[in-house]
Design a protein around this ligand. Structure first.
Ligand code: PEP
Ligand code: CO
Length: 446
């Protein structure tokens, strides 16, 4: 018989990648405080997202998920949030037009504050200090004191997520995300960026479609055109925080993790008998699961059966992140195994985490062409296997950073230090993100 699930039952299972909170009392007080705060999202919104993901699984919608690797508390400002939202909206318009289907916009935002790390410590000069684990745990500042996990940071993370959520709702509802504005931004990109010219044709087609709607007298003052639906997501790593925001929906009696609309399980914490899988099996959110090269197909099948025993469409998104050199080896057997079981999943591609390398300057980076190549392989493999490439997952920012190499301005290693801001993994900047959207558009043009 299946064990009874409660929002705390994960505590009976081994939880990897949890900080070593030095003061248990302070930790308990922090999660207790969060558990009394209002939820950040509402179950009805979460169900709407799940219904849209069910369409993505059938190829009738497309998932675009993106944002920071690790959100930075100091970047919880209107301009920073606006610029990230802006680039995701711009990418979505390009992909909607090219793919001829709705694009589901999901930010890695308003809660992406906790990071799994491959090593517990890092070397800074001669000193070995605890690794940075996200702003909700410790500070990126490279001193032993700053790296001590502080549970008050979880409370601060809750408030920062709430403030972020609030301005996102305002921007997406209040006219900022209106289609004609987003397209005007795309036209600006096409005009001003070195590679932009090659995308002029597609941008002109979109302009013509908008003009056509205007000409036939379609009222543009309608929510479909002047509002955007935008969802939030993060890696649900800190299970105490997630439990504190897990609430029972009064209309259905079901449990939802109301820290975000969609949560994902990282590649390092998806053990079949681990605490993360236990926690996730009981909440009704759509969930993602990262799958990297070190996976066991048999275990993946068992995890899927545990997370989605009813085989509910839209419930589970498999986010594969193999890297350009390994995708051809790993993706086809995984697809075939899932297909032969009849599991319903949305297939999404994270072309970031399998393509990380260290530049000659010592910066952790990723190359634009490698990212593009993994995406291209992802699409082609799914088309060949007769399955649906349902989405993409990026680490990106609206900021003009220099963290990934390549792209239209051909950022080279020596330029990385110019504006390398990330506390964790390297992100595509706004131009690189848009360029990627145009390149994907060329691949999927229907
Ligand atoms: C991430 O998405 O930032 C991450 C840590 O990914 P993964 O679990 O795939 O390594
Ligand atoms: Co990352």
């Amino acid at each position: 018989m299946e064990r009874q699930w409660t929002k705390s039952s994960w505590q009976d299972f081994p939880a990897l990648q949890q900080p070593k909170w030095p003061d248990k009392g302070a930790y308990n007080a922090a999660v207790e405080e969060i558990s009394r705060m209002p939820p950040l999202v509402f179950a009805g919104e979460v169900r709407a997202l799940k219904a849209m993901l069910a369409k993505a699984e059938e190829g009738r919608a497309f998932l675009l998920q993106g944002g920071d690797c690790a959100e930075d508390f100091s970047q919880c400002t209107a301009p920073a949030i606006r610029e990230t939202l802006k680039v995701i909206l711009q990418m979505a318009v390009i992909l909607t037009y090219a793919g001829g289907k709705p694009v589901i916009k999901v930010g890695r935002i308003a809660g992406q504050y906790a990071k799994p790390r491959s090593s517990d410590t890092e070397k800074v000069g001669d000193l070995e200090i605890p690794s940075y684990r996200g702003d909700m745990v410790n500070s990126p500042e490279p001193t032993p004191e700053a790296r001590v996990p502080d549970p008050r940071r979880m409370v601060e993370g809750y408030y920062k997520a709430a403030a972020t959520m609030n301005i996102l709702r305002a921007f997406t509802r209040g006219g900022y995300a209106a289609l004609h504005r987003v397209h005007a931004w795309n036209q600006e990109f096409v005009k001003n960026s070195p590679m932009g010219r090659s995308y002029e044709r597609l941008a002109r087609h979109i302009a013509a479609a908008l003009k056509f709607m205007e000409c036939i007298g379609l009222d543009t003052d309608i929510p479909q055109l002047n509002q955007a639906s935008f969802f939030t997501s993060h890696e649900a790593l800190l299970l105490g925080y997630e439990e504190a925001l897990t609430r029972q929906d009064s209309t259905t009696g079901d449990w939802y993790d109301c820290s975000a609309h969609m949560l994902w399980i990282g590649d390092r914490t998806r053990q079949l008998d681990g605490a993360h899988v236990e926690f996730f099996r009981g909440v009704h959110n759509p969930i993602g699961m990262k799958v990297g090269p070190n996976h066991d197909i048999g275990e993946i099948k068992q995890i899927i059966a545990r997370l989605n025993p009813q085989n509910e469409p839209g419930r589970l998104t498999l986010i594969t992140r193999f890297g350009k050199d390994k995708v051809e080896k790993h993706l086809p057997p995984l697809i075939r195994a899932i297909k032969s079981e009849g599991f319903r999943v949305v297939w999404s591609c994270d072309p970031m985490h399998g393509n990380t390398y260290t530049a000659s300057t010592g910066h952790k980076t990723r190359n634009f062409d490698d990212i593009l190549q993994e995406i291209q392989c992802f699409f082609e493999i799914h088309w060949a296997e007769g399955t649906v490439p349902g989405g993409v997952h990026f680490e990106l920012t609206g900021d003009n950073v220099t963290e990934c190499t390549g792209g239209g301005r051909n950022i080279v290693d020596e330029e990385l230090l110019r504006n390398y801001q990330t506390n964790c993994d390297p992100r595509l900047n706004a131009e690189q993100s848009l360029e990627l959207a145009f390149r994907i558009a060329e691949m999927i043009r229907s």
